[in-house]
Ligand binder design. Structure first.
Ligand code: KDO
Length: 337
């Protein structure tokens, strides 16, 4: 009798817990699980290509409420710079903004966009990648890297930023200068083409490297020089404008193929809004940055741009990289207006 009573009480307790749980769940919770979007980027919080992810998240929360759980990880806190594509291919990461240099490691044809003085300006960059050239190359990226590119973005125009004052007119003036580059052979080659001694270092270590003198300089777009505070530990900016740099908002094919057509359209639209936010702010910023750095005590110089352009272009055209550029691609890029 006592035994039966206990069983009855236990059953009631279980039933009570189940009812309580069901009533606290949102309607439809059983029907839908949120798609987790883990994002990893080395970008610092104050840079436009870090803030853009919040623009994407906010738009998705409005257009596809309850469907995505967007998790933004900045400062390379989730994956090291340059390891994001492999993490996406393995299914450990859903989204990132990957560079032409990351892509060129696996899709050598893409190294044409790692070459200095190929893309002319942000408008040219967006037209090239949002047109047939982008379509062709992004298809290769999807096939070979298991990654879908949702939108190109303008990272900015890379400039030289030196620890000490130096008269830099031509690439010969950079001889022996330890110029920090991200750690892959494609990046190091760019440093070499500029005439410097390239030194590999992850983005997160650049500030300290400049401060302590393990490197003599670094190259990045001006908005990044400000947001990562490199101006605090350098004395000179030399406006070589050697690379109009694009990065690419990308999603793993594993996640992409699991989405409905409607979700794909919404995610793509949100990525494009993020790209527009980044590009608009960065372009405006770049126009007014020189005055800012001067006010911070930096010397800003302009080198002999023809000398840099000629030397860098010749170095690339004579390199192993150019041998795998698709036939006619350089002409098609140059002809894109
Ligand atoms: C850098 O390490 O210099 C670089 O500019 C390379 C880019 O491809 C990109 O990874 C960027 O850093 C980071 O997003 C930090 O701004």
């Amino acid at each position: 009798m006592k035994h039966t009573l206990n069983r009855l009480i236990n059953r009631r307790v279980i039933l009570g817990v189940a009812i309580a749980a069901a009533t606290t769940m949102a309607p439809g919770a059983f029907a839908q699980t949120k798609q987790v979007l883990r994002i990893s980027t080395p970008a610092v919080p104050d840079d436009w290509h870090a803030k853009m992810w919040t623009v994407m998240k906010d738009e998705l929360d409005k257009t596809a409420p309850g469907q995505f759980d967007t998790q933004i990880n900045l400062n390379a806190s989730l994956f090291k710079q340059g390891t994001e594509p492999a993490a996406m291919a393995r299914g450990n990461l859903e989204m990132s903004s990957i560079s032409a240099f990351d892509i060129a490691k696996i899709v050598p044809e893409f190294s044409i966009f790692t070459a200095g003085y190929v893309i002319r300006d942000p408008d040219h960059l967006m037209k090239v990648f949002n047109g047939p050239i982008g379509d062709e190359l992004f298809k290769l990226v999807s096939e070979k890297m298991d990654i879908t590119i949702l939108s190109p973005i303008y990272l900015g125009t890379r400039q030289l930023n030196l620890r000490e004052l130096k008269n830099v007119k031509t690439p010969a003036d950079l001889k022996g200068v330890k110029l920090r580059m991200p750690g892959s052979k494609e990046w190091l080659f760019l440093g070499e083409a500029l005439g410097a001694t390239p030194t590999p270092l992850a983005f997160g270590e650049v500030y300290l490297g400049l401060k302590t003198g393990t490197i003599d300089g670094q190259d990045n777009p001006l908005p990044t020089v400000r947001s990562a505070k490199f101006y605090e530990v350098t004395k000179q900016l030399t406006l070589t404008s050697h690379l109009v740099d694009g990065i690419f908002i990308s999603v793993s094919n594993k996640l992409w193929s699991s989405l409905s057509a409607d979700q794909k359209a919404k995610l793509k639209a949100a990525a494009q809004s993020a790209a527009k936010y980044n590009n608009d702010n960065r372009i405006t910023d770049e126009k007014q940055m020189v005055d800012y750095f001067k006010s911070q005590g930096l010397t800003v110089t302009t080198p002999d741009l023809d000398a840099f352009r000629k030397s860098v272009q010749t170095t690339y055209l004579n390199s192993e990289y150019a041998k795998v550029w698709p036939k006619g691609m350089l002409d098609r890029i140059n002809a894109t207006k």
